[in-house]
Design a protein around this ligand. Structure first.
Ligand SMILES: [Zn+2]
Length: 522
């Protein structure tokens, strides 16, 4: 038997404790057939084998992102990117070019501008946009996502005038005339957004393909696609049928789509390990930033509020049993300590009795914890899925410390405590809300600035995105490490993450991504 692809002269970190390092890998029919020294692998080289000389480059198991909104990411990629625009004039030029290639009647949607970067140092107005987009409705989101600028056509279609009032947001008005300037804030942004037509199925298929290109470029070989809308299911099916999945997809649907999934003809698990309908997500609560995460004690910066649970315990138990009986993974989004407690009540009680088999229940976020919750997660082998870049945002963007006060905040995302207690933790991006790159996530976990006692080692951070992520989706036997018999999913890096300064880990480049022995990015 001869290999069809061989990688030699590398610095290979296998994440397999019985053989942590290697120089070379041989691959046949999409699987790893040998791992070892150059000599060990030499005998696998036949005359038709493709040989890649790694020249000392670092190889790790292909990254697995256990929390990414692929459809949203694709949608955002299809929008006009204004993040590099340095003046209102440049913004106008970009808008003009986009309007020219936009079919009549379609909207132009953009994102990423920030007036602090503009030479003019002011907010744009609808008049700045109107000059280049008289008949095309335009909505351009600020970098923060909470503010947008729209043109006069968009205001007209949405019926916004100087008389419009909005609760929970603002419509900026001209000081003299009282007319809307086009700048909308918070809830006011949705007054226009709700008039923007949804993408068609075919448009979404193309947008997702664009997202996949970026995802494999980031070294990711498997994703947990967190579905948010019913429209995504036919898109997933189409991509699979048309053989357009360049990486492996584990689908997690919201619980209100459970019946549609059960009724659909989507394969539960495809033979080529490319697609698996894996999990169902229940939202137990909301988010800290919006003070909708359910806490036992009220928010420090808003004593009247402690968030609330979105289901009663009985409702959550019943849904969990239904998910379990459908042979799907229970995934509970729980941010506040009260929500984590409710999730654990479900796992500890009803679920075990009703399903009576080894379960790998997952809690997404599990942000606000305490010693008792941690021990319960450990005892019931609950997997915690975290997004290390989100941790950084909680402190930097929203000031979690103000939300929670000095005591509780010490228990916000205690990743190191979880790992040292033996709880399985997996890593994800939460892209497009946060950056896609697993290397940025690894860097965030290793160099955490707020409560740095929760920083983890490079090794542990890498586990979050490889072998432990594979465990979180029941696939540690076929991927997550570089071992004989496993799928040949590999990521080749420009530098060794153990050898660079921790703060430079995010700057390491992904030189090549291999999925099932196929080079999908170079
Ligand atoms: Zn998310």
């Amino acid at each position: 038997m001869r290999a069809d692809l061989v990688l030699t002269n590398g610095k290979i970190f296998t994440m397999n404790p019985s053989q942590p390092h290697a120089e070379a890998v041989a691959i046949k029919d999409g699987k790893i057939v040998q791992v070892g020294t150059n000599d060990d692998v030499n005998r696998w080289i036949g005359k038709d084998a493709k040989i890649i000389d790694l020249k000392g480059k670092t190889v790790v198991p292909g990254f697995i992102d256990t929390h990414i909104h692929v459809a949203d990411f694709g949608t955002v990629l299809a929008w006009l990117d204004l993040s590099n625009v340095r003046s209102i004039q440049e913004l106008q030029a970009a808008l003009k070019a986009r309007v020219q290639r936009t079919p009549r009647g379609k909207w132009v949607i953009g994102r990423g501008w920030d007036q602090n970067r503009f030479a003019e140092m002011r907010l744009p107005t609808r008049h700045d946009l109107d000059a280049f987009s008289a008949d095309t409705p335009v909505i351009l989101y600020h970098e923060c996502g909470q503010i947008c600028i729209v043109n006069s056509k968009a205001l007209e279609l949405a019926g916004l005038t100087k008389q419009t009032v909005v609760t929970g947001g603002d419509i900026d008005k001209n000081a003299e005339t009282g007319d809307p300037t086009g700048v909308l804030r918070d809830a006011a942004t949705s007054l226009v957004w709700k008039f923007v037509p949804m993408m068609t199925e075919d448009e979404l298929v193309e947008a997702v393909s664009l997202a996949f290109e970026k995802i494999v470029k980031a070294g990711v070989t498997s994703v947990c696609w967190i579905v948010l809308s019913s429209m995504e299911l036919p898109v997933i099916k189409k991509l699979h049928v048309q053989n357009r999945l360049p990486l492996r997809v584990y689908v997690v649907v919201p619980v209100d789509l459970l019946d549609s999934v059960l009724a659909s003809t989507l394969p539960k698990q495809s033979a080529d390990n490319a697609l698996r309908i894996g999990g169902v997500m229940i939202f137990a609560d909301g988010y800290l930033a919006a003070r909708t995460a359910a806490l036992f004690q009220s928010y420090k910066d808003c004593p009247d509020s402690s968030g609330k649970l979105l289901y009663t315990q009985e409702e959550m138990n019943a849904l969990a049993v239904k998910i379990c009986k459908a042979n799907l993974q229970l995934v509970i989004h729980a941010v506040g300590d009260k929500a984590v407690d409710a999730a654990l009540n479900t796992v500890e009680g009803t679920l075990k009795e009703a399903c009576g088999k080894e379960l790998r229940n997952r809690i997404e976020q599990a942000a606000v914890l305490n010693e008792e919750l941690l021990q319960r997660m450990k005892n019931h082998k609950v997997i915690v899925s975290v997004q290390p870049c989100v941790v950084d945002s909680e402190f930097r963007v929203w000031s979690a410390a103000e939300r929670l006060g000095p005591e509780r905040v010490q228990w916000l995302y205690p990743i190191r405590k979880l790992i040292s207690e033996g709880v399985k933790v997996s890593g994800g991006s939460d892209c497009p809300m946060e950056p896609l790159s697993p290397l940025l996530g690894i860097k965030a976990a290793v160099t955490r600035e707020f409560f740095s006692e929760e920083c983890v080692t490079v090794e542990d951070a890498l586990r979050l995105y490889t072998i432990d992520a594979a465990y979180a989706i029941f696939e540690e036997n076929i991927k997550g490490s570089i071992e004989k018999g496993k799928l040949a999913d590999l990521t080749i890096l420009s530098r060794d993450p153990w050898m660079v300064e921790p703060k430079e880990i995010g700057d390491i480049k992904v030189e090549m991504t291999i999925v099932g022995g196929r080079v999908v990015h170079t």
